[in-house]
Design a protein around this ligand. Structure first.
Ligand SMILES: [Zn+2]
Length: 234
């Protein structure tokens, strides 16, 4: 985090979530076929008569919320009138003449985008590779083949897939892209009195060393406990 201390993030993920999310993505927007089906039912309503949304949806065999979207689009095109209580009236002789292709294409693109976002999140949750690598790749970077951040659960412990990860000693932390690349710093290598520098807090003096962390007095930035690999001896 901004205090230089390690931050811990937890992913809550279940395989079943994919199906649930996929279901909602699939059910959000009407496609061309569903729009045409709803329009055919609307065309069959006698002129001047009103029908509740549920009735139109049932007759069309299309879910209500999709029919609602189609009717709203038709209303925007001046071909439907909406009355109180969710009743709809046709305002044109043939509503299938409405060109809804632009709106429906927008929905198609939105649906594809939603699906890509879901796939990316599932990939992140299920990966057997370094999770930081996935984030870097998502944002367009190409980390080297052997890149390991050394901090994520995949790099440091047994993964959710049960793939044994190498012991922590051999998984040396790699510098994060925003670090200066010089990471040969174990806190054990520091001793009280050492002068060190930190990318955010500047120069300081080591007060105490505990396992992989060091307590450092940064003067104006106060006394902070910092992981050794964030410190550089000066
Ligand atoms: Zn990692």
């Amino acid at each position: 985090g901004r205090d230089g201390e390690p931050s811990r993030c937890t992913i809550l993920y279940r395989v079943e979530d994919r199906q649930i999310q996929g279901y909602f993505l699939g059910g959000k927007y009407p496609d061309i076929e569903e729009a045409a089906q709803a329009a055919r039912v609307v065309n069959a309503i006698p002129e001047g008569e009103r029908r509740p949304l549920e009735e139109i949806a049932d007759a069309a065999g299309v879910p209500r919320r999709k029919v609602r979207i189609v009717l709203t689009l038709l209303k925007r095109h001046g071909m439907m009138r909406e009355h109180r209580g969710g009743e709809w009236e046709r305002a044109a002789a043939d509503v299938t003449t409405a060109d809804l292709s632009r709106e429906l294409t927008d929905y198609e693109e939105r649906r594809a985008l939603d699906r890509r976002k879901l796939e990316a999140m599932i990939g992140y949750s299920q990966t057997a590779r370094c999770r930081t690598r996935l984030i870097l790749e998502y944002f367009g970077e190409s980390p080297p083949e052997d890149f390991r951040c050394g901090h994520c659960d995949v790099d440091t412990g047994p993964s959710l897939r049960g793939v044994p990860a190498p012991p922590a000693e051999t998984a040396a932390p790699q510098p994060m892209p925003w670090e200066n690349g010089d990471s040969e710093h174990e806190a054990e290598a520091f001793a009280p009195g050492d002068e060190v520098s930190h990318p955010t807090f500047g120069e300081g003096v080591v007060l105490e060393v505990r396992s992989e962390r060091a307590e450092v007095d940064f003067g104006g930035h106060g006394v902070r406990t910092i992981r050794g690999d964030f410190l550089t001896r000066i």
